[in-house]
Design a protein around this ligand. Structure first.
Ligand SMILES: CC(C)(COP(=O)(O)OP(=O)(O)OC[C@H]1O[C@@H](n2cnc3c(N)ncnc32)[C@H](O)[C@@H]1OP(=O)(O)O)[C@@H](O)C(=O)NCCC(=O)NCCS
Length: 331
């Protein structure tokens, strides 16, 4: 897979090239921002690395970060704003369990810090990795004392990990990288769980019950019927979160039936309350719209409170039509 430009809100990420190697090293260890993460007086435990150490094999910024030869192991990007490079962001996965990736980032001057570029770069990169590589968990390990970095990473969706590093790292790398750059306990282990989207029809009754009852839908009291219904719907897309132990939790779902050529009916769309307002519902609707793009009509019966949400997804309220039911369900 070839890395291409990644568009953020304020910045653009462009894949770093071999000609950027030395510059990127200098931004990291010989620039105005270096004192914020390495070297005395504030970070004596994280000495200024030499270029050889920075580019070393097995754990350093090897060539593939600048050539894209091993996209599953890692890649570097220049952070661009107004046509100028303002910093560098990278991910590395070679040392981590499947689906887990570690990010690192630094700006090249103080003038480029505190403008939201770092947060924006991390949001854009993490969404790209989730979408293109199926990454479900991202970690970062800044020094716990680097308050600005921790703040920016929090804003980008990273939160303190409830699990230690061995939940994410391959055992054979623990002795090398387990302590991070700041010695035992010196870093803040932050994690950003991402949502994975699937088109499966196979659900356990329990997962469906938990999700449906979380939004107080009475159909959640019929979990066996729901599991059979999901097998029978023409189209089902679901959203999953993976925890540090690799267990997946169902957090959202959309299902539809169709006549095969012209009309599709969206029947269920629900997102667990703890995961609402994160774009999951919108993404599920996008998946359905894409699936039925050749159809002439997609119908949804919306609760009045959800009309604005569906309008923002491209639906129009019907004039002169009302939804009518014969039902024994109560919500
Ligand atoms: C860490 C870094 C990449 C973050 O990128 P950035 O573009 O500066 O981050 P943002 O502007 O998106 O966010 C920074 C936040 O920290 C806040 N902040 C600034 N100084 C702070 C401080 N001393 N304590 C706490 N928060 C601070 C800012 O106000 C902002 O939050 P706000 O938007 O809520 O006001 C960048 O600051 C940097 O390169 N620092 C030097 C190198 C470094 O430390 N790299 C990290 C190595 S792990």
């Amino acid at each position: 897979m070839k890395a291409h430009m990644i568009q953020g809100t304020k910045i653009t990420l462009t894949p770093a090239l071999p000609s950027d190697r030395q510059t990127v090293y200098e931004w990291c260890f010989h620039s105005e921002t270096t004192k914020c993460h390495a070297g005395p007086p504030d970070y004596p435990e994280a000495p200024i690395a030499s270029a050889e150490e920075f580019f070393r094999e097995n754990g350093g910024y090897e060539d593939y970060f600048f050539t894209g030869e091993r996209p599953r192991d890692g890649r570097g990007f220049l952070i661009m704003h107004g046509g100028k490079a303002v910093g560098f962001v990278s991910y590395a996965s070679f040392h981590l369990k499947p689906g887990v990736t570690e990010c690192d980032i630094w700006m090249n001057s103080e003038a480029h810090c505190g403008k939201g570029f770092g947060t924006d770069a991390l949001v854009a990169l993490t969404e790209y990795l989730n979408r293109e590589q199926g990454v479900h968990t991202l970690i970062m390990r800044p020094c716990a004392r680097n308050a600005r970095a921790v703040r920016a990473y929090n804003k980008a969706g990273f939160v303190p990990s409830a699990k230690p590093i061995d939940a994410y790292m391959l055992t054979e790398y623990l002795s090398l990288f387990g302590d991070g750059d700041y010695g035992p306990g010196g870093d803040a282990l932050l994690v950003k769980p991402m949502i994975t989207y699937r088109d499966t029809h196979a659900f356990t009754p329990q997962a469906l019950q938990d999700l449906f009852l979380s939004v107080e839908w009475s159909s959640g009291h019929y979990p066996e019927k729901l599991a059979a219904a999901m097998q029978n719907f023409g189209t089902v897309y679901s959203a999953w979160e993976t925890d540090a132990a690799g267990n997946e939790c169902l957090v959202g779902l959309i299902s539809a039936m169709d006549d095969g050529v012209m009309t599709a009916y969206v029947h269920y769309l629900l997102v667990h309350p703890a995961y609402q307002r994160r774009g999951i519902g919108k993404r599920l609707v996008e998946l359905i719209r894409e699936h039925y793009r050749e159809y002439l009509r997609i119908v949804v019966v919306a609760y009045n409170a959800e009309v604005d949400f569906y309008a923002s997804c491209g639906f129009k309220k019907a004039d002169g039509a009302s939804a009518m039911f014969i039902t024994s369900l109560w919500t």
